[in-house]
Write a protein that binds this ligand. Sequence first.
Ligand code: FAD
Length: 424
Amino acid sequence: MNPASYWLDTAPPFIGSSPEPVSGRYDVVVIGGGFTGLSAARTLARLGVSVALLEAGKVASEASGRNGGHCNNGLAHDFSATAAAHGIDRAREMYRAFDAGVDLVEEIVRSEAIDCHFVRSGKLKLAAKPAHFDSMRRARDVLAREVDDDTAIIERGDLRAEIGNDGYHGGLLYRRSAMLHVGKFGQGLAGVAARAGATIFEDAAVTAIEELAGQYRIGTIRGTVVADKVILATGASQHGPFSWFRRRLVPIGSFIIVTEPLGENLARDIMPGGRTCTTTQNIGNYFRLTPDHRLVWGGRARFAMSSPRSDLKSGEILQRQLRAVFPQIADCRIDYCWGGLVDMTQDRLPRSGTHRGMHFAMGFSGHGVQMSTYMGDLMAREAVGQDVANPWRDLDWSAVPFHFGKPWFLPFVGLYYRAKDRWS
Ligand SMILES: Cc1cc2nc3c(=O)[nH]c(=O)nc-3n(C[C@H](O)[C@H](O)[C@H](O)COP(=O)(O)OP(=O)(O)OC[C@H]3O[C@@H](n4cnc5c(N)ncnc54)[C@H](O)[C@@H]3O)c2cc1C
């Protein structure tokens, strides 16, 4: 079993990284080379702005290259609850930003000819309990009335056309959702940004940021650059001078296994609908097929950070879950198993604004493939003074109580959600 991300293992690597020492002066420096940073760098370079991107490791090698490959519309949080907290107009604006995020990913893929198997597959949320399906019906009524009539309820009796398992109680379909090969998208986006003029430095971890007379001096392990503006796109970063953000984000491990190629017939047997699927439990699963007919099966198997040991333990749990849902493929080989860190906020809404004059966008809470791409583009425009409508502006973002950077409380959070899943 390969402990690497299937997406990164099957994508052509980015070869446009600058071998020079990190030095010079740029209009904008982007820190972080996931989808947020790469999208920002692409937009800035296309606007004719001089831009350097500093990435600690390789581009798209953290969450952006290690996720489930779902590019879904819809909020991570319940729409009615979001409307109750922020008002219906703001909730609509937030919801529509996800629609726009999926549209932007599609537009980039088409206009830049990035070969990454983008398909408007639709997303199917599966009810694990009868009560969850009742809530789903109510949620769909609200969505259809207020913001998204491109959704549909799938009755239990009709689920066989979607999924080869009779255990779910119904589903909610989001037709605007999509899927893509995130490794090929990430490497492609880096290539596009570099060709447009962005200088991309890999293996250039940022260690210090100083403000001097209206400019920023950014120190890395390979040298120092100066910039007028800085965009922070560091996701769930666990290193570098970002402790203000670490106190506000909870880095939660999410884990994925990928089967051997199953063949077209068996793949169609387990997922005839060919959609991205998620389940309704708090500690549920997310899954989809790949173009070569593998099953990508993910979940928050354990409330732990990702590490080689933790990923393997989580992989065993995921394999048991997979066998229970799809006994048809109980004997299949597992070819890949990996994990990554989700940059979770307490209310599962992203955050974006300025901190010490630097622009930031993060906290995508497991719904970031589309939103990170969208917010990277938006922050780039904001940084050059364009008037943009940031859907996450002005949201309160207090530090998580008793969280000083290392999430010592994760096992307790896990216990809480396990109990919730049992009783609700
Ligand atoms: C296992 C898993 C499954 C997921 N599944 C899905 C899914 O199916 N659909 C979906 O929409 N979302 C999903 N997500 C979330 C999604 O992947 C993220 O929201 C998104 O990729 C965030 O992009 P980003 O660019 O903000 O962060 P990242 O991709 O994490 O990029 C941040 C970058 O900053 C760099 N960095 C950090 N510190 C420094 C430093 N000091 N100096 C320089 N660089 C630094 C890191 O090396 C990293 O490359 C999943 C996440 C995980 C972990």
